[in-house]
Design a protein around this ligand. Structure first.
Ligand code: MG
Length: 350
């Protein structure tokens, strides 16, 4: 029998490759097939690894303990708009926040450092972490330090874990037909700034990562919405396309996005063109996708726009019963299916 390539079940890769860490379908397959075995499954109301949400949510009495963890391997460690320290705090604070947990109880910081790493760079990173903690109203409560030999890793890896309590948890799976999709800021800034810095494009002055803790902005949205926010997610690796595809699949709705409504800055748009990258597939570290019931959408939009990190917030689309589990882009001329990238096109983006 002839087997046409790309048709039918794909053979499993024998070895892990960079795409398995890239936040797209390949990474989810690795987690589902290999890594999730024995972890908290989907048999209770609690949210565990099987949900592949931004974090876990455990019932403690009548409140939720939200837990999330992330290892940061970004290259370069200092980039326009931030560094690995700011990223390590913001990334974890944001994963808690998009679960509805905006008041951080504590963060951990575990560093693996390469022999020969500069003390002054470590101080710079530590200062960034403190500054980001101050912005987020969070504190690091414990940590760990390991050093590996020269050449055994590339510079530094920082793992941060965060815990927070929430009265109500917001998953990434609660969308219903009619819900509006809000995007709190322009897409592509983080990944494109990183890529331009790596390639020496000379656009570094104009391109800056958006990396920032969003818990204050999210709290404002939640307070305004009074229960009308149905789903949230931060579109990090794999970009907006991955985040929305996941939300559509888990919520079993279609999502129609109006291309013209999605904020992209002119400098990101032109740099993406030069680099041959689609801003929809590019990682972000300072924006969130918020699903909200239609009657509350305008109020949430206004509340987010009034926040300094949400001035470009826009309603970019609507959930529909048609095309369940699909992401559709309305270009103004026609509609087309948006496919999730296999993985983030840029390795070591966060
Ligand atoms: Mg996330």
């Amino acid at each position: 029998m002839m087997v046409r390539p790309g048709i039918g079940p794909q053979p499993r890769d024998e070895r892990v490759t960079l795409k398995h860490g890239a936040g797209g379908r390949a990474m989810r397959m690795l987690i589902e097939e290999t890594l999730a075995a024995g972890f908290l499954d989907g048999s209770t109301d609690e949210i565990g690894l099987a949900a592949l949400d931004d974090g876990a949510a455990l019932l403690i009495g009548d409140r939720w303990l939200v837990v999330t963890t992330d290892s940061h391997v970004i290259h370069p460690i200092f980039f326009p708009g931030g560094d690995i320290g700011r990223l390590a705090i913001a990334g974890t604070v944001n994963d808690l926040a998009v679960m509805g947990a905006t008041e951080v109880l504590g963060l951990t910081s575990a560093m693996v450092i390469e022999e020969g790493f500069l003390h002054s760079d470590l101080e710079r990173i530590q200062h960034s972490m403190q500054e980001a903690c101050r912005e987020a109203g969070a504190k690091i409560v414990t940590g760990d330090t390991k050093v590996m030999g020269r050449g055994e890793l590339d510079g530094i890896i920082i793992n941060t874990t965060g815990v927070a309590l929430a009265d109500a948890v917001v998953s990434d799976a609660g969308l219903s037909s009619g819900d509006r999709i809000l995007l709190t800021g322009p897409i592509g800034d983080h990944g494109i700034a990183l890529m331009a810095a790596r390639r020496g494009l000379g656009l570094e002055g104009d391109l800056r990562s958006d990396v920032a803790p969003l818990n204050g902005l999210i709290r404002r949205a939640l307070d305004t919405a009074k229960g009308a926010i149905t789903a949230m997610k931060d579109p990090t690796r794999g970009g907006l396309a991955s985040a929305l595809t996941e939300m559509a699949e888990k919520s079993q709705v279609g999502i129609v996005i109006e291309d013209a409504a999605v904020p992209v800055t002119p400098v990101v748009r032109s740099a993406a063109e030069i680099l041959g990258l689609d801003p929809f597939h590019i990682a972000n570290e300072g924006v969130a996708v918020i699903g909200v019931r239609p009657d509350a959408a305008d109020a949430v939009l206004a509340a987010v726009r009034a926040h300094s990190l949400g001035q470009s917030c826009a309603i970019i689309g609507t959930c529909t019963d048609e095309h369940p589990k699909r992401l559709i882009l309305d270009t103004g001329i026609g509609r087309r299916l948006v496919t999730e990238p296999e993985g983030e096109p840029l390795p070591r983006i966060c």
